[in-house]
Design a protein around this ligand. Structure first.
Ligand code: AMP
Ligand code: MG
Length: 491
């Protein structure tokens, strides 16, 4: 079976200073970890062909499929708030773009594909751990209903990658609505390259925000739409206890997808200040800081768009400032929508935000597991005597009781019956998330050549709102000795 990929590469048609065209660097011995069948089909690709030696050669960067126009994109960015005038794909190569079964153009990119002019001190490679982590977490996010880049495949390279020691090398095939980042705009804005900024703005509007094109000020409509998408995205992260870990401006996608799964993690027990990334020593990207950081990043984007928004600088600054200032309300509304659903509230009532915050404060005090607690709420009925599954998750179970009384009082304002509420809540509170200790377990087995735990984890995460008994062990919070406290970006 031959592998044909119907590429149509729009990014490669942008001006040459947007990228460097180069092919992936071949590896010693490609080995299959996983091919994502559902995603392959969605992209119009044959999953079986991808798993043949010919397909593996493509996924490892050893062969180029017809129609590919490989390139590394250039961008800049603020990393932990510090300006870096040039970053770029230091270990990723965009093979090209295809249109999926929904009519959406998708990038197909190899991550870990070798050095590029943007590699700086890096080796251009990835090791198996971060590749498996990104595969697991991005596909989990997809199944959880969160906009995200996806994983089409993962392969081993048969070559060592040197990090703390020699680790097995791997390549992830990443699929994204695009890889344009806030940092892509920053790269050209810093160089005062207005032609490039104009072309990039037009490109992003055409590809992601066609509704902005006919607006009086298309760049302002673009900014508004990007801000609205980010507000919803971050609210979804917050509703899952997800911590991105490295929300640098080069890791914020213009398409509004979660991108760049490095030291990301889902919380076990809830704390608003939770940080996992080993390099985030100041807690800049802590759970509760994520909305503020999003505003900060969006303000950088707004700055880059000023000249496109209006020829008059004052007018442009006013409009851009207003747009950024709308984020807190947009975010608060999105957050309320997420948490109302989590609490089984169909109606909107004054005080719903306080009710949710009240629970979160108690969870922090009682070190309640985020995912398990919200899932346990789905089982509760009218009788407080049967609240055990939820209250037992608190170090001090009585912490739950005071809140449960407020919640039941609020539920009296709802029309829906108990069973309907419980069903709806189960669709808003997943049983499964990729728990850190399970991800680590799957990686450790993978490093030893056993991908069975990975496969089992992926099967549970593919339907996270269902709770089949055969995966019950995977939803259990870690025992104290299993808790993972730190994650690494793996670069
Ligand atoms: P990240 O933290 O993954 O978003 O990466 C930040 C920057 O470092 C990007 O420009 C990456 O391409 C680059 N980078 C990360 N890891 C490597 C590596 N192993 N080799 C070369 N460049 C890398
Ligand atoms: Mg990045």
């Amino acid at each position: 079976m031959t592998l044909t990929i119907p590429f149509d590469n729009s990014y490669a048609r942008l001006p040459e200073r947007f990228y460097t065209k180069l092919a992936p660097t071949p590896v010693a011995e490609p080995g299959l970890i996983a091919v994502n069948e559902g995603l392959a089909r969605q992209l119009g690709l044959d999953p079986e062909a991808l798993a043949t030696p010919e397909g593996l050669a493509v996924l490892a960067g050893n062969a180029l499929p017809g129609g590919a126009d490989p390139l590394a994109q250039v961008y800049a960015g603020h990393q932990f708030g510090g300006w870096v005038p040039q970053l770029g794909d230091g270990r990723a190569i965009l093979l090209g773009e295809v249109t999926d079964s929904d009519g959406i153009r998708r990038d197909i990119q190899l991550k870990g594909a070798g050095r590029t002019p943007y590699s700086r001190m890096g080796d251009g490679r990835a090791w198996l751990g971060p590749v498996m982590r990104e595969y697991i977490v991005s596909e989990a996010m997809y199944a959880l209903g969160v906009p995200t880049t996806r994983a089409l495949a993962a392969v081993t390279t048969g070559e060592p990658v040197f990090r703390e020691g020699a680790m097995p090398g791997a390549v992830l095939t990443r699929v994204a609505a695009s890889h344009v980042r806030v940092g892509t705009f920053q790269y050209f804005a810093a160089r005062r390259d207005m032609d490039a900024l104009g072309a990039l703005t037009e490109y992003v509007i055409e590809r992601h925000y066609p509704d902005a094109a006919p607006a009086e000020r298309p760049a302002q409509a673009l900014l508004d739409a990007v801000i609205a998408r980010q507000a919803r995205l971050i609210a979804q992260w917050m509703g899952l206890g997800f911590i991105h870990g490295v929300m640098n401006t080069d890791n914020m996608s213009l398409a509004g997808e979660t991108i760049d799964y490095g030291p990301c993690a889902f919380m076990d027990d809830y704390h608003p200040g939770r940080v996992f990334s080993s390099i985030d020593q100041m807690g800049r990207y802590a759970y509760a800081n994520q909305p503020q950081i999003a505003v900060w990043n969006l303000a950088q984007l707004a700055t880059c768009l000023l000249e496109q928004i209006d020829d008059d600088r004052e007018t442009a600054i006013d409009l851009a400032t207003e747009a950024v200032n709308r984020f807190p309300d947009l975010y608060q509304n999105a957050w309320l929508t997420v948490f109302r659903a989590k609490l089984g509230l169909e109606r909107e009532a004054e005080g719903d935000g306080d009710l949710a915050q009240n629970l979160l404060s108690r969870m922090a005090e009682g070190r309640a597991d985020f995912t398990a607690l919200f899932r346990a709420l789905c089982t509760l009925g009218e009788d407080a005597a049967e609240d055990g599954p939820a209250r037992d998750l608190f170090a001090e179970p009585a912490l739950f009781d005071g809140w449960a009384a407020l919640w039941r009082e609020r539920l009296t304002q709802e029309q829906r019956g108990t069973t309907a509420r419980q069903d709806a809540m189960r669709a808003a509170n997943s049983a499964h998330i990729p728990r850190n200790h399970r991800v680590e377990e799957a990686i450790q087995a993978g490093v030893a050549g056993d991908y069975a735990p990975f496969g089992r984890l992926m099967a549970a995460l593919a339907r996270p709102y269902e709770d089949p008994p055969e995966y019950a062990d995977l939803k259990i919070p870690p025992r104290p000795e299993e808790v993972v406290r730190q994650t690494f970006c793996g670069t």
